[in-house]
Write a protein that binds this ligand. Sequence first.
Ligand SMILES: Cc1ncc(COP(=O)(O)O)c(C=O)c1O
Length: 368
Amino acid sequence: MSVVSSPVSRVKMIHNFNAGPSVLPKEVFEEASQAVLDFNHTGLSILEIGHRSSLFEPVMNEARALVKELMLLDDDHEVLFLHGGASTQFMQVPMNLLNENELASYTDTGTWAAKAIKEAKLFGHVEIAGSTKETNYTSIPKNLSVSPTAAYLHITTNETIAGTQWKNIPYNCGVPLVADMSSDIFSRVLDFKKFDIIYAGAQKNMGAAGVNLLVVNKNILGKVNRAIPTMLDYRNHIKDGSMLNTPPVFAVYVAMLTLRWLKKQGGVAALEKLNNAKAELFYSTLDSLPVFKGVVAKEDRSEMNAVFVMQDATLEKEFLELCKKENMIGVKGHRSVGGFRISMYNALTIESVKAFTDLMKEFAIKKG
Ligand SMILES: Cc1ncc(COP(=O)(O)O)c(C=O)c1O
């Protein structure tokens, strides 16, 4: 939720439901803007200091340490901030973990999982451990079939477009567990140290676009026999403390501020409580209004991205116009799904969800 001045200088509340890049805490925006003008009272901008300087190195170190602390990771897990977004990890993961004659197990839960599968096939064999493609990705597969010889199992913990989320993480799948957590990172308590790789683009729950978080259990590296280009080999980034080349300094700084904010809120458990309350408010309203219809199986509904439609599709345009008028931003569904999607990331307040559900009720009464 942010506040802007309109041309007639009335204060307007904006409710930002964008799927990413998306809402961040106001104090993060304030501190980040200040650092662009004068970083830590040095008279220099964060944008003009060397990444290996005594000014920037503490930023990278604190960001990495905060991830370890917030996720309760052990010493086997390394934290890196890399370039290229989560999409680069679709290929970097198999390049580092999967030999050409080996098999990797993937779950097929939507657009993002499908992109990861496509890249993995460039490096080795892929088996589909479970898929909900047949039912338009409106649920999460329940009974996985994972070969014990698979190099790893890949899941997308939250499918941003389909609006589904894994509630039961397959920790005991018997092979290393890899997760794309781009759209629900730090939103709920998970046993993070049980994952061998976690990757996430920062631009939803942990900062600005331009950086990608990677958590890796270092014991699973060094097992492939292909030559890996220097910049794509995780081991080189670990050796150089995530400073193999110039990191995206500003994006790392914003991530560090967001992680500090997260800690101040009470950590992941506190955010989980708030996210549960927001999701409960939204979905209970949705289920109480016959004008609207959820498209995802109830037990697999995402707490981050709620996808829904209208019983009478001809009314959708009118509701979208109403949302626009009331400064509800980012409500239109993804072009591949249609209908509506509201994203309720960590920094979205419950007041924004309340404002949205009030609007849904108002619309339903009008049409009822
Ligand atoms: C689940 C998921 N994975 C991957 C991506 C791709 O991220 P990036 O744009 O950082 O490559 C997205 C982007 O929205 C996503 O939601």
